[in-house]
Design a protein around this ligand. Structure first.
Ligand SMILES: Cc1ncc(COP(=O)(O)O)c(C=O)c1O
Length: 326
């Protein structure tokens, strides 16, 4: 295991469940579908950031830092989970959220407050500067701030998904399963970069297919390849990844990031009504909508075994109540 030598704190519950989705498979007349439940990682309703934060918080504590600063959209799952990780580790947390202060408190934003994070609002182009100003201001006051990039996506955070791939391979071995493809929502590149490094390290030869939520295909391929190469180096592995080798599908961007459309609505209802499985409107709803379309087009065949990696996001459902019930 290539992640064993890296410092990690325990923030969640692992391994996450892995189970079949028989009624969804039947409804789609498609491959044998399974789901990896990273919506059940724990840490303030769960999600993919728990895995990244186990390594990021360990690094922060190792460096004697006492404050986590990160950034995201108003409904950022990453921000909410960072606030929870800080609370659990006894640290202070400042979240720099994009946009204008919002009057209503719903979904992740409500949880950010309950978890005790301080929220600062900044225009999109001022987010980075606000993060550094916040760090400087806190340093002057005697705090030791630790900056976490968007989505926790640097080599330390992405290590969480290298470990996730190691976990999946062990689980698949025990359950006698072999996945032809792994499909999931991809955005800031940390999840996909970790999975591709983990795939290479464990000998997984199926497809690791990221459904882009907000980036053009070439841009995301470039980001994933760069971060994967850096993550491997962080783990002492010599691996070189090129953009062309990264499997990214960006056909499902709809009207843009976090804009709920009919495909997401359909996917959310289908998963809920066939399997009692809740998806989120921004990431997993879009990824499953993409996967459903690929099944309907025959790109994912009936004789395949496919894993949908659920990456969390449940609280955002409540912030989209009006758009979901139409
Ligand atoms: C629920 C959920 N799924 C998927 C992603 C995408 O993961 P990554 O940013 O590592 O590509 C995010 C990122 O914020 C997320 O919140």
């Amino acid at each position: 295991m290539v992640t064993h030598q890296i410092k990690r704190v325990s923030l969640g519950h692992f391994p996450t469940p892995l189970h079949a989705l028989p009624r969804l498979s039947e409804k789609l007349g498609g491959p044998q579908l399974f789901v990896k439940r990273d919506d059940q990682t724990g840490l303030a309703t769960g999600g993919n950031k728990t895995r990244k934060l186990e390594f990021l918080v360990a690094d922060a504590l190792d460096r004697h830092m006492d404050t986590l600063i990160t950034a995201g959209a108003p409904q950022s799952n990453h921000a909410r989970q960072t606030a929870a990780a800080a609370a659990k580790a006894g640290m202070k947390c400042v979240l720099v959220l994009r946009g204008q202060p919002q009057s209503g408190r719903q979904g992740n934003l409500l949880l950010d407050e309950l978890l005790g994070a301080e929220i600062r609002w900044a225009a999109r182009e001022a987010v980075e500067a606000t993060m550094s100003e916040t760090a400087n201001e806190l340093s002057v006051k005697g705090y030791s701030p630790y900056l976490i990039p968007y989505g926790g996506s640097n080599p330390i955070g992405a290590t969480g998904y290298v470990a996730a791939m190691e976990e999946l391979m062990e689980q698949s071995r025990q359950m006698d399963l072999r996945f032809d493809r792994i499909v999931f929502a991809s955005s800031s590149s940390g999840t996909q970069a970790g999975l591709v490094v983990g795939a290479k390290a464990t000998g997984y030869t199926g497809q690791v297919l990221g459904i882009s939520v907000d980036e053009k295909r070439e841009d995301l391929q470039t980001k994933v390849a760069k971060l994967a190469t850096e993550t491997a180096a962080h783990l002492g592995q010599i691996m070189k990844f090129t953009p062309g080798d990264m499997d990214v599908n960006a056909d499902y961007l709809g009207a843009g990031y976090a804009i709920l459309g009919q495909p997401e609505r359909e996917a959310i209802r289908l998963a809920a009504q066939t399997e009692g499985l809740l998806l989120d409107p921004v990431y997993t709803g879009r990824a499953l909508a993409g996967m459903i379309d690929l099944i309907r087009k025959g790109c994912l065949r009936r004789d395949e075994t496919v894993l949908f990696w659920h990456t969390g996001g449940t609280p955002a459902l409540f912030a989209y109540a009006e758009g979901l019930v139409q």
